[in-house]
Design a protein around this ligand. Sequence first.
Ligand code: ADE
Length: 400
Amino acid sequence: MSGLQKIEWAEMHMPVLRAVSEELSDSLKGYTVGMALHVEAKTAVLVRTLVRAGAEVAITGCNPLSTQDDVADALRAEGVHCYAKRGCSTEEYYEAINKVLDHEPDVVVDDGGDLIFTLHAHRRELLENIRGATEETTTGVKRLIAMHRDGKLEFPVIAVNNARTKYLFDNRYGTGQSTWDAIIRTTNLLVAGKTVVVAGYGWCGKGVAMRARGLGATVIITEVDPVKALEACMDGYRVMKMEKASEVGDIFITTTGNKDVIRLEHIMKMKDGVLLANAGHFNVEIDVESLRNTAQSRIVRNNVEEFVLNGKRIYLIAEGRLVNLAAGDGHPVEVMDMSFSNQALCVRYIAENELSPGVYDVPGEIDEHVANLKLNSLGIEIDKLTPEQVKYLSEWRMGT
Ligand code: ADE
């Protein structure tokens, strides 16, 4: 399949983004949008949407392993400035980010915060031209909130991740399906009957755990947040420390957004033949460096590296980089349809509104509009509040 075919397949299954594209008309004419996203087919449909709305777009990847080169080529063939390349070094990664910034964007679309960070740290001369940005993922939003807390964020950013039509679907059902899709297609191994350890019970962890259960695994959750740990327990999962889970798990998946979640001391305790995968944005959750410094490795299958430790074989998938994109195609198309519709509408919102520096939620009307468009595309109609119900909901005198 060529990059163009992949893009066309995705576009065919993105009715919400197609409707948004019609609404945008030429509202982005004269704007340059600089993007760092996972360059694969759904992202290309978002790029097409912004281009159709009149924007000039420059894009690169937001992870060294997530770019699909055939899609990047197809974008270039359509005249988009695309600098993404799969398997780039860290140096090449930041070179490409800087090439996007050379286009002097008015609006930035980021996934993970590397583009916004580079702007503030190394390309400060461009800051005054930036109207604002959007951020796609939980990790990036956390980073931006920390920047704003420290008084360092110099333009407004809309946290697309925090839209209900994003995290409830993309983080939960998207990560839930795409993580398993990638692990299964990469290893061709059975999940039923295995013990799966999911680190983190945020929206991504919930999705991964839910689908592991559906595939017939026994699921263990590890958590640091007592409320989430309790929630996992009452959702019917076993909850324990990673130290204990290390001894019994067959497949380990990190979804925390934090570093050093699976450390050498854990790996030392693991059984022969376990699989390690990370579904978080950055490759910091599994301490791959210590693993490399301790054990010899060899590639045993595409995207599978075998380490031998104390005579036990440990299989690391996709170098510990986000597995669903590094070893798969990312989230299902219908899920990204909603996430990227939020993105497109938020880009227009930034173009049309003057906001001061800070991290903003997606405006409620955009979130609900995306939900309504999705319901329309599914042929689902829902009830409306009657005037009496509206009045009742705003009334505090009425009780028993
Ligand atoms: N495809 C494009 N962007 C993605 C993301 N942030 N997560 C999963 N799949 C994607």
